[in-house]
Design a binder for this molecule. Structure first.
Ligand code: XIL
Length: 373
């Protein structure tokens, strides 16, 4: 009898050890102790999956719709708006005390065909851009605390990317550099004066031509009184072989301009086999990359959010995007079990507190200085 009891206790313990239950603290709790938002991209179609919903509410204090606040979903026909799925994200967040990051108001990609195939004059496009930005931002006023106003507008060489908004045909500001971006920020600010307004981009975390161009734009906007409050660094890491470099310096120089920085879409793509599995050594390299980014963000008061592009490998965009070559990029595996990367991020948050007992207060003070602009 006694032996039997011991055996079943062992079985239960080993099940618990493989899940979250063996851990002292959740990601969300560790982040809250350092005043950091910890978020993930979400798909509201999955909220009815109990494991998805339970894990999401337990581990995160912020959500961002992966797709449903993009133009293709929110304005599927000209002038006809669809806020249903986005409203579901807002409702879930409200029910679980989470913040909502809006993504995004303007991008050269993921636009509906009526827009990309339509023949519009710059005058018409300008009017449509204004109406879209303002209708969406007004709908979510008071509910979305921060918006990616413009997404991915620069190339890797630091030049502005060609797009329907810049020059194909553009909104009539094609030869004026970042003027169309400034216009997007002004319109967003009119529609929701309290939301934090971000510029968001990928491969711009270190110091290079692209991040220099973003820095120069933010500096110019600040000098000219264009309402920008933050820069989102996506952090889609495509190789596990190198650690991101120059991130702290880049965040610090942006902070000096008086804007926040948020890690907005982190994932670390690993080579996977046909079952979607990555090797143990790849998983440990991945953990080191997550650790470095989380540690850097957690230690700097101007870095106010750490967000991943999904949370379970079951629903990552990468396998489809890389045609099955890469995946296993997130903190939990396809069965919602924590990976080495999960523990590495919690450790990074804990270390930030040990190194600086005032880090939470410092972060709050930085946020106040930005919102009092
Ligand atoms: C991706 C989504 O994850 C996919 O589901 C969708 O098919 C395409 O967009 N940078 C961004 C995100 O800013 O919006 C992208 O999301 C990933 C790259």
């Amino acid at each position: 009898m006694k032996i039997k009891w011991h055996l079943s206790a062992l079985v239960i313990l080993s099940i618990l050890a493989g899940s979250m239950a063996g851990r002292a603290e959740t990601l969300r709790q560790a982040a809250e102790r350092i005043g950091l938002l910890v978020g993930t991209a979400v798909n509201p179609a999955l909220f009815s999956n109990p494991e998805y919903a339970r894990t999401l509410a337990r581990e995160f204090n912020m959500v961002e719709p992966e797709n449903v606040m993009k133009w293709r979903v929110t304005e599927p026909a000209k002038g006809k708006f669809n806020f249903g799925p986005g409203d579901q994200v807002v409702a879930f967040a409200g029910a679980h005390g989470m913040k909502v990051r809006g993504h995004n108001l303007l991008w050269g990609k993921f636009n509906p065909e009526w827009l990309t195939r339509g023949q519009f004059t710059p005058r018409e496009l300008r009017q449509m851009m204004k109406q879209h930005i303002q209708t969406v931002a007004r709908h979510y006023r008071g509910e979305v605390f921060a918006w990616d106003v413009v997404n991915e507008a620069f190339d890797s060489d630091g030049r502005l990317s060609h797009s329907i908004w810049l020059d194909r045909p553009g909104i009539g500001l094609a030869r004026q550099g970042t003027a169309y971006i400034a216009q997007a920020f002004r319109w967003a600010h009119q529609a929701d004066p309290h939301a934090l307004l971000f510029y968001n981009d990928y491969a711009a975390e270190g110091i290079d031509a692209k991040s220099n161009a973003i820095y120069a734009m933010v500096k110019k906007f600040k000098q000219e009184g264009i309402p920008i409050d933050g820069v989102g660094l996506q952090l889609h890491v495509v190789s596990s072989r190198a650690l991101p470099r120059g991130m702290a310096a880049n965040i610090r120089r942006l902070a000096k301009l008086g804007v926040e920085v948020q890690i907005t879409e982190m994932d670390v793509a690993l080579p996977i086999d046909s079952n979607g599995t990555a090797s143990a050594s790849e998983l440990s390299r991945q953990a080191k990359i997550y650790a470095k980014v989380a540690r850097t963000c957690a230690a700097i008061p101007a870095c106010t959010a750490f967000q991943t592009w999904g949370f379970t490998d079951r629903y990552s965009w990468l396998p489809a995007y890389t045609m099955g070559k890469k995946g296993a990029a997130l903190l939990l595996n396809a069965d919602y079990r924590p990976k080495p990367a999960y523990d590495a991020v919690i450790d990074a948050f804990r270390q930030a507190l040990q190194r600086d007992r005032q880090i939470k207060e410092r972060r709050i003070r930085f946020e106040q200085s930005v919102s009092e602009r």
